[in-house]
Design a protein around this ligand. Structure first.
Ligand code: TYD
Length: 151
């Protein structure tokens, strides 16, 4: 997978009453959850995201429907299908992401390690590319690369 990304699998409890998936900060995901947001009712053809974060870590769970995520850095990229509510895509610092092909019933839940901070965003791709060329070359990502289990 692209550096600073990975899969996380959750336990799913199911019986005749339905399915239940618990997600605990610092246990099931490798950070303390400080913020939760969700994206839904995204129109056909919409593509969003187009940014990276300097420090923020996130776990993306498509709890209903499906969505595709492009994750990339200047050296590698991957298109990932999220369609399983028992799996999260971990995205650490300095990973460019775009979200697209939302099914009409998609609900994308995002768990974040920090509060909303506009200063942590990099939205200009050429600025991102310059910073990421350095970041990944210097191997500063190594700590994060291994923080995620089950991928
Ligand atoms: P935006 O960052 O543009 O979403 P995406 O990158 O997924 O396309 O966010 C849309 C709006 O929501 C924008 O006005 C900022 C606001 N917002 C918050 O107020 N808090 C949050 O935690 C997030 C993620 C967005």
């Amino acid at each position: 997978m692209v550096k600073n990304t990975g899969w996380i699998s959750f336990k799913c409890f199911y019986d005749k009453y339905g399915h239940l998936v618990p997600v605990e900060g610092e246990q099931d995901i490798p950070f303390q959850i400080k913020r939760v947001y969700y994206i839904y009712s995204v129109d056909d053809g919409v593509r969003r995201g187009f940014h990276s974060h300097n420090k923020l870590e996130q776990a993306l769970i498509c709890i209903h429907g499906s969505v595709k995520i492009l994750v990339k850095n200047p050296y590698e990229s991957e298109n990932i299908l999220l369609d399983d509510p028992t799996k999260a895509l971990y995205i650490g610092p300095m990973v460019w992401r775009e979200m697209y092909d939302f099914s009409s019933d998609a609900v994308l839940l995002v768990l974040a390690s920090g509060h909303y901070d506009v200063g942590d965003y990099v939205r200009d791709y050429s600025k991102y590319e310059k910073a990421a060329l350095n970041y990944f070359k210097r191997g500063e990502n190594e700590g994060n690369e291994h923080t995620v289990c089950n991928f």
